[in-house]
Write a protein that binds this ligand. Structure first.
Ligand code: ADP
Ligand code: ASP
Ligand code: MG
Length: 401
């Protein structure tokens, strides 16, 4: 007998027919004699719809605490419906909200981190022979307030359960049958990867391949949880995410894109400590800064440009403007029409020519590069958002064909 954790995303449970499809997958696993814990997301676009509802009440968005209270309702609906479907199939089942399943988080509403999982309730339900259906993406903080883990957070809920319950398998079911070299809905000849390492998957996820949430991959690596990404609609093997993979056939594992905010602080004093002041303020506001570019000082001034996630744009601008001991600058400008396109593959540093091949593909397509950032496992370029899909296509063609 094995303990298997399965996670089903929103599209996998979007309507009654899909809910029954998922219920059957779960019931089959249970009838094979396994313990099964399931994490489920809100149905279809429910989370987006709830965010829109909040905006109808307060266009600026209500308090983050109340937004979490609202959004977690989406997952509450799915766990109940899925459990009812499993009941009709004659299997014993119980649904649990995040707090009932023991998810303790910090208090950063909207982006909470899991601090611990009290597994007592889940263990007791398994010992009674129940299938457990857990609401993904949610937990509770030390003040007994409901929190959410950030968009796409159900993947992280599943990996966290797999790690804390020492599950034998953690399967992430979605609407594609695995991890591909680029979004299979966007490029022409995507190739399905049989396996991918945690590090490569982490880069791809962080750089915009939404098939897995990046925090879930980070956690899977930390606790050595082997993941499988597979389809909820077709029963066939998916992609395995693990520490090491068989012989690398291709150097480049994938191409990903994301839209970002580019912020420029123009006319800063060209003296020591300016970058520290700026980025210290951002870090204190929990803002993740990505690509940074500082111009060479001229006429005693310099410019610093950097990127942040679009969701953090307002907070980042606010953090800079509210710098207490003032940061002198001429102006701040920002753009949300910016995209980051990246190629990912381990061992890039020992293969010269990857960067030039990428830049050539963009040049041939007439796409201008605004900023470049490299690491041993990826190369990213910042471009005008309207060329993002085109850029992914031509770069994917250049490397994978
Ligand atoms: P779920 O609702 O199941 O969590 P998501 O929409 O979050 O599903 O993630 C699945 C989607 O990720 C796919 O429909 C696909 O369009 C997209 N995607 C982006 N990049 C990739 C990739 N490299 N491989 C597979 N899917 C990808
Ligand atoms: N329902 C949440 C979201 O849409 C969590 C998830 O799907 O993982 O972001
Ligand atoms: Mg998802």
């Amino acid at each position: 007998m094995s303990l298997i954790v399965k996670k089903f995303g929103g599209s996998s449970v979007a309507n009654a027919e899909r809910v029954f499809n998922v219920a059957n997958i779960i019931a089959d696993e249970y009838r094979n004699g396994n313990d099964v814990i399931v994490v489920v997301s809100a149905q279809g676009d429910t989370t987006d719809d709830l965010i829109e509802k909040a905006k109808e009440i307060n266009p600026k968005g209500g308090s983050k605490r109340e937004l979490d209270m609202l959004l977690t309702a989406g997952e509450q609906i799915s766990i109940a419906l899925l459990s009812m479907a499993i009941e009709t199939l004659g299997c014993p089942v119980i649904s649990l909200l995040g707090w009932q399943a023991g998810f303790n988080t910090d208090s950063h509403h909207g982006v909470a981190r899991i601090k611990s999982i009290n597994t007592e309730r889940m263990r007791s339900e398994l010992s009674k022979g129940n299938i457990i259906i857990v609401a993904g993406f949610q937990g509770i903080n030390k003040y007994d307030d409901i929190t959410t883990l950030g968009r796409g957070g159900s993947d992280t809920s599943a990996v966290a359960i797999a790690a804390s319950m020492k599950a034998d398998r953690c399967q992430i079911y979605t609407d594609v049958d695995g991890v591909y070299t680029a979004d299979p809905r966007k490029v022409k000849n995507p190739q399905k990867l049989e396996e991918i390492t945690y590090d490569e998957m982490l880069e791809l996820a962080t750089l915009g391949a939404q098939v897995l949430n990046n925090r879930s991959v980070e956690m899977a690596k930390k606790y050595n949880v082997k993941l499988e990404v597979l389809s909820s609609l077709e029963r066939k093997p998916g992609t395995i995410v693990k520490e090491t993979v068989k012989m690398e056939k291709t150097l480049i594992k994938g191409v990903a894109k994301d839209t970002v905010t580019r912020i420029s602080v123009i006319g800063l004093k060209d003296t020591p400590g300016i970058a520290f002041k700026l980025f210290n303020a951002l870090s204190q506001h929990k803002i993740n800064v990505d690509i940074i570019l500082q111009s060479v000082g001229r006429d005693a001034t310099k410019d610093i440009t950097f990127t942040v996630a679009q969701a953090q744009c307002d907070d980042a601008l606010e953090a800079i403007k509210s710098l207490e001991d003032g940061l002198e600058y001429k102006e701040i400008s920002y753009s949300n029409d910016t995209a980051k396109v990246s190629v990912v593959g381990a061992g890039m540093e020992s293969h010269p020519g990857v960067a030039s091949k990428m830049f050539e593909a963009l040049y041939d397509a007439g796409i201008n590069i605004q900023m470049i950032s490299t690491s041993e496992i990826k190369i990213s370029v910042l471009i005008d958002a309207k060329y993002a899909d085109k850029a992914v296509e031509v770069v994917h063609n250049a490397f994978i064909g």
